[in-house]
Design a protein around this ligand. Structure first.
Ligand SMILES: [Cu+2]
Length: 152
């Protein structure tokens, strides 16, 4: 009986901790000011080219001007990390952390190259830089949206 009781109270405590963390991070994000974009900062595709026809995995090389790369979680002035928006036609809120889904690929390790496995067909790609909290800068540093076609 003692063991059962201990387990249960541990579970309850664990649940409370998870809830507290969720509330803390929600309110933390709400109060986090957006990081100002460095002057003339921009992001662009080195590869692929707009309109490219690609066979196999899609190699993406991401370029930055007037801003550096830092891993997510590292709050360093004039830096950010890359996100590739895959088939996103409507941009999300720019004052909240970007979602992490198949449509929003994060490169929080500071990567500047990536390989995407995409099904055959036409896809759009767009680059968006996020700050250490995955929130776009103010104003957002975003590339043009390119369209590529993956051959079967
Ligand atoms: Cu991110």
């Amino acid at each position: 009986m003692q063991t059962f009781h201990d387990t249960r109270s541990l579970l309850v405590r664990a649940g409370t901790a998870v809830l507290a963390t969720a509330f803390l991070s929600a309110s933390a994000f709400a109060q986090v000011p957006r990081t100002p974009a460095p002057e003339n900062a921009s992001v662009y595709f080195i590869e692929p080219a707009d309109g490219a026809m690609i066979t196999g995995p899609v190699r993406v090389i991401m370029g930055l001007r007037n801003i550096g790369v830092a891993p997510a979680g590292v709050d360093l002035a004039n830096t950010g990390h890359h996100h590739i928006l895959v088939n996103v036609s409507e941009l999300p809120s720019m004052d909240a952390p970007l979602p992490a889904t198949d449509h929003f690929r994060h490169f929080g390790g500071g990567q500047t190259e990536a390989t995407l496995e995409l099904p055959a067909g036409t896809h759009t790609l767009q680059l968006l830089v996020g700050d250490h909290n995955h929130i776009p800068h103010d104003p957002p540093i975003i590339s043009e949206r390119i369209t590529i076609t993956v051959s079967p």
